[in-house]
Design a protein around this ligand. Structure first.
Ligand code: MOS
Length: 745
C-alpha cells in the first residue's frame, strides 16, 4: 500500500513522451519479423483453404501437386501425422479448437484442407494450385439474418454471462418514455498488417518458433500440448509483431500444421498466410444483432437499461461477442439487464478483436442513449450526466477511480459542444454540406494478468531488466523500459531491456489493454526488490553512508541509493556493489493487484468522444471531419505513445462506423471481400482533425503504479459518436454498421 500512494512522485522517466525504442529498426526495415527468418535448410509451406463453407472434400489431386519439381510433401487428412493433443479439445482455458486436417469435412470457408511443402515458395504455391479440390457441398448459412439463436450458458472462455440487477419488468413498467431498438454490427476481421506466420524448427523434441504471439507463455504451453512435449521445450522468439488486435493471442490451425510439417520433414518450415487466408482460420469479430430497451421516468432518469446481444459464432466452438456487457458498467439505471444469445453459423470461430464486446456493444448503447435523449428532450451530454453512475450500476461498488465527468467537461469544451443546436439538420458549412455533432461515452475494463520480471543491478551501476513482454506496435517496450528505469532510479541509457523471448520471465498476455499494467507491474516490483536488496547490503556495511538504516525504506534516483525522506544519506550503486565484491544483484517481482482492492472496486478506463461529420445533402456521402476524445486511464507512462494508442482506437471507431464489413457470398459461404481492396479501412484521407486529451487520474487501487490501459478504449464511444453525428446532420437514424450511403437516402 505504501507503494500505491507514491505515484505522484514516481520516477523521472515515466511521463516523458519518448519515441519508440524500436522505431528506427522498423522504419529502416531492419526489424526482423517472424517470416523474415530463413534458417538453413528451410522449406516453405503453402496453406490450402476450403473454398466452400460446409461439406466435404472428395478429391485432391495430390499426384499432380507432388509431381511439381521442388514439392517435398503434401499433407492432407489422409496422411496427416497424429498430434499428441486432441485438436477438438482445448489446451487451456484461453484457447480455441483448431482445424488441423482432422478429417475431410469442411465447416467454414478458409478452413485448412491441405498443406503443401516445398523447397521454394514458388514450387509449393504451384503444388497447392494443382490440388484442384473437388467438394461435396452442403447448404451453408453464414449470416445472422433473422435467426434467434440459443441462449448462452455462461462458463468457459468465449461464453459471456449476463447480469440482472433490480426489477427489470418493473423498470419497463415504470417508464414514461421508452425505446425498443435493434442495432446490427457486421463480421469484422483483424487485418493486422503482418499476417499470421511461423518459422518452425525442431531439434529432437525441442521446438523453436519464430512466431508473432501476444501471449508467449500460453502459446508455449499450447504448442507443447499439441506436440506432447514439456512446455519448457518450446521457445518462441518474438522481437516484433506487426499488429495483433487479439488475433495473435492463440495458437491457430495453420501454425500447428506448419510445425507438424517441420517435424515430418526434419527440416525447418516457414508458413506465412496471405491476406485472403486471414479471413477464416485466425478469428474475427462476430456479427451481432443487439436489442436495446431503455425507459426513463419523468425526470429523464433511466428506469431500465435492457440490452440483449445476439452474436454469430461457429458450429463447433464458442466465442460469443460479449456486446451486451457494455451496458453493465456505465449508466445508473434502476434496473439493468444484459443477456447474450448465440447463432451458430458455418463460419470460423470468432475471437477477441480490439475491445471485444465493448466495441460493438458501445456502438449500439451509445446510439440508443442518443435516441433516448431525444425523447427526453435533453442534450445528449446532459442526458448522460443525468444518468451518471457514481457507483457501479447494479453492484453498488465504488470505482477505483473515475474521472469521466472531467472527460465530458474537457472534451466538450475543446470540441465546442455547447454551441450544438438540439434539432438535427440545422448546421451547414460554407460549402453547403450538412454538418452534425454527436458524442459517446467510452468505457473499457482494466484487467491484469500474472507476470514476472527480474531486474539485475550490475557492478558498474547499470542494470539489466528482463521479461518476455511483446511489442506489437503499441510502444509497450518503450513504456515498459521507462517503468523499469524508474523502479531502479536509473536513466534509460543505463538500463538494458530484454523482452520478446519466451525464455525470459513470463510477461503474461498482451491483451485486454493490460500489458503495460501487467508487465510494467512486474518490472516495477522487480526493480523495487533489487533496490531493497541493495539497501540491505548498504545498511549492513559499516563503510556505507547508509549503514545502520536497516529498517528504513530506500529510494533510488540517478544511480544513487537514498534513505527515503533523507537526502543527506546516499551512495552510488556501483560503490555499494563494489565493496560487496562487485557482484550482480538480482531482484524479482510479479504483477499484482491486491485481491481485496479488486473485490471492493469497479475498475475501468473512461472517456468521452465528440464527433463532427459532414454529409453531402445530395449524395449522402459521409466524412468525419473532427474527433475529440478525452480519456481518463490512470497513470500515463508515455503521453506520446498513449496518444497514438487512443488515436489508433478512434480510427478503428471511424472504421467500424463507416467502413468495415466482411461480406459472405450466400452461395459459397466465402467472404467476397477478403482483401484490403474490398475490405475497407480508413486511409489517411478519411482521418482528419483527430484530437486526444488525457485527463489526469490517480488510481490508488488498480495496481502499485496506478496504470489502467489505453489499448482498446479508443474504439468504444467513437462509433456511437459518429453515428449520432450523422443523425444530427441528417435527421436519419441508421441502425446498422457500417453506415452506408443508402441508409441515409
Ligand atoms: Mo485484445 S482483443 O485483448 O488483443
Amino acid at each position: 500500500m505504501s507503494d500505491t500512494m507514491t505515484p505522484q512522485r514516481y520516477g523521472s522517466n515515466a511521463g516523458q513522451p519518448l519515441t519508440r525504442r524500436d522505431g528506427l529498426a522498423k522504419v529502416t526495415g531492419t526489424a526482423t519479423f517472424a517470416a523474415d527468418n530463413t534458417p538453413e535448410g528451410l522449406l516453405y509451406a503453402v496453406y490450402v483453404p476450403a473454398a466452400i463453407a460446409r461439406g466435404r472434400v472428395v478429391h485432391l489431386n495430390v499426384e499432380a501437386a507432388t509431381a511439381v519439381a521442388g514439392v517435398t510433401h503434401v499433407m492432407t487428412p489422409q496422411n496427416r501425422p497424429p498430434l499428441q493433443g486432441d485438436p477438438e479439445a482445448k489446451p487451456n482455458g484461453f484457447s480455441f479448437i483448431v482445424d488441423v486436417l482432422q478429417n475431410d469435412g469442411v465447416r467454414y470457408a478458409g478452413q485448412p484442407i491441405a498443406l503443401v511443402v516445398g523447397e521454394t515458395l514458388e514450387a509449393a504455391t504451384e503444388g497447392a494450385r494443382l490440388l484442384a479440390p473437388r467438394y461435396e457441398v452442403a447448404d451453408s448459412e453464414t449470416t445472422l439474418a433473422g435467426q434467434g439463436g440459443e441462449a448462452v450458458e455462461p462458463g468457459a472462455f468465449g461464453r459471456p454471462g449476463g447480469a440482472e440487477h433490480g426489477d427489470v419488468p418493473a423498470g419497463h413498467a415504470a417508464a414514461v418514455s421508452a425505446i425498443d431498438v435493434v442495432y446490427e454490427t457486421p463480421a469484422q476481421y483483424h487485418n493486422a498488417m503482418e499476417t499470421h506466420a511461423v518459422v518452425a524448427a525442431w531439434d529432437g523434441d525441442r521446438l523453436h518458433l519464430d512466431l508473432p504471439s501476444q501471449a508467449l507463455s500460453l502459446s508455449c504451453a499450447s504448442y507443447a500440448y499439441f506436440f506432447g512435449i514439456p512446455a519448457d521445450n518450446v521457445t518462441i522468439r518474438c522481437p516484433y509483431i506487426g499488429g495483433g488486435f487479439g488475433s495473435k493471442a492463440f495458437p491457430t490451425g495453420p501454425q500447428v500444421l506448419a510445425i507438424l510439417a517441420a517435424r515430418t520433414a526434419g527440416r525447418p518450415v516457414k508458413l506465412m498466410l496471405t491476406r485472403a487466408q486471414m479471413f477464416g482460420p485466425v478469428g474475427h469479430r462476430g456479427a451481432t444483432r443487439q436489442r436495446l430497451r431503455l425507459g426513463i421516468d419523468g425526470g429523464a432518469a433511466l428506469t431500465v437499461l435492457d440490452h440483449e446481444g445476439t452474436a454469430a459464432t461457429s458450429r463447433f466452438d464458442d466465442f460469443i461477442e460479449p456486446a451486451a456487457n457494455a451496458s453493465q458498467g456505465l449508466y445508473a439505471a434502476e434496473a439493468l439487464r444484459s443477456a447474450h444469445r448465440a447463432v451458430r453459423l458455418d463460419v470460423g470461430t470468432p475471437g477477441p478483436m480490439r475491445a471485444p464486446g465493448e466495441a460493438s456493444g458501445s456502438a449500439a448503447l451509445e446510439c440508443a442513449m442518443d435516441e433516448m435523449a431525444l425523447l427526453a428532450g435533453l442534450d445528449p451530454l446532459k442526458f448522460r450526466l443525468r444518468n451518471y453512475a457514481e457507483v457501479e450500476p447494479g453492484t453498488g461498488k465504488p470505482y477505483s477511480s473515475k474521472a469521466l465527468r472531467a472527460c465530458y467537461a474537457e472534451g466538450a469544451k475543446r470540441f465546442g459542444w455547447a454551441d450544438r443546436p438540439m434539432e438535427p439538420g440545422r448546421m451547414r458549412d460554407a460549402r453547403g454540406l450538412l454538418t452534425g455533432w454527436g458524442m459517446g461515452t467510452a468505457l473499457f475494463g482494466c484487467p491484469m494478468f500474472e507476470a514476472e520480471a527480474t531486474a539485475t543491478l550490475r557492478a558498474d551501476g547499470s542494470a539489466l531488466v528482463e521479461t518476455s513482454a511483446i511489442d506489437m506496435g503499441q510502444g509497450a517496450w518503450t513504456a515498459l523500459a521507462q517503468i523499469a528505469a524508474d523502479s531502479l532510479g536509473l536513466p534509460m541509457d543505463r538500463v538494458e531491456f530484454r523482452a520478446g523471448h519466451s525464455s525470459l520471465p513470463n510477461a503474461g498476455i498482451a491483451g485486454g489493454s493490460g500489458h503495460t499494467a501487467t508487465a510494467g507491474g512486474a518490472l516495477h516490483a522487480a526493480g523495487r526488490d533489487a533496490i531493497r536488496k541493495l539497501g540491505e547490503i548498504a545498511a549492513a556495511d559499516p563503510d556505507s553512508p547508509l549503514h545502520g538504516s536497516g529498517n528504513a525504506d530506500f529510494t533510488a534516483r540517478d544511480g544513487r541509493l537514498y534513505v527515503a525522506g533523507d537526502d543527506s544519506r546516499s551512495e552510488d550503486f556501483a560503490a555499494i556493489l563494489s565493496r560487496a565484491g562487485a557482484v550482480d544483484l538480482t531482484g524479482a517481482g510479479s504483477a499484482s493487484r491486491p485481491a481485496a482492492d479488486a473485490e471492493a472496486h469497479a475498475m475501468n478506463s473512461h472517456g468521452a468522444v465528440f464527433a463532427e461529420v459532414k454529409v453531402d445533402p445530395d449524395l449522402c456521402q459521409v466524412r468525419v471531419t473532427r474527433l475529440v476524445g478525452a480519456f481518463a486511464a490512470g497513470r500515463i507512462i508515455n503521453p506520446r505513445l498513449t496518444e497514438s494508442q487512443l488515436m489508433g482506437g478512434m480510427i478503428w471507431g471511424i472504421s467500424f462506423a463507416l467502413h468495415e464489413e466482411a461480406k459472405h457470398d450466400p452461395r459459397s459461404g466465402r467472404i467476397m471481400n477478403a482483401d484490403l481492396a474490398g475490405y475497407h479501412v480508413p486511409v489517411n484521407a478519411d482521418v482528419r482533425g483527430l484530437e486526444v486529451l488525457t485527463i489526469h487520474e490517480d488510481d490508488p487501487y488498480v495496481n502499485a503504479l496506478g496504470i489502467k490501459g489505453v489499448g482498446e478504449i479508443g474504439v468504444t464511444g467513437t462509433v456511437g459518436a459518429i453515428a449520432n453525428a450523422i443523425w444530427h446532420a441528417t435527421g436519419k437514424r441508421a441502425r446498422r454498421f457500417p453506415i452506408r450511403i443508402e441508409d441515409l437516402l
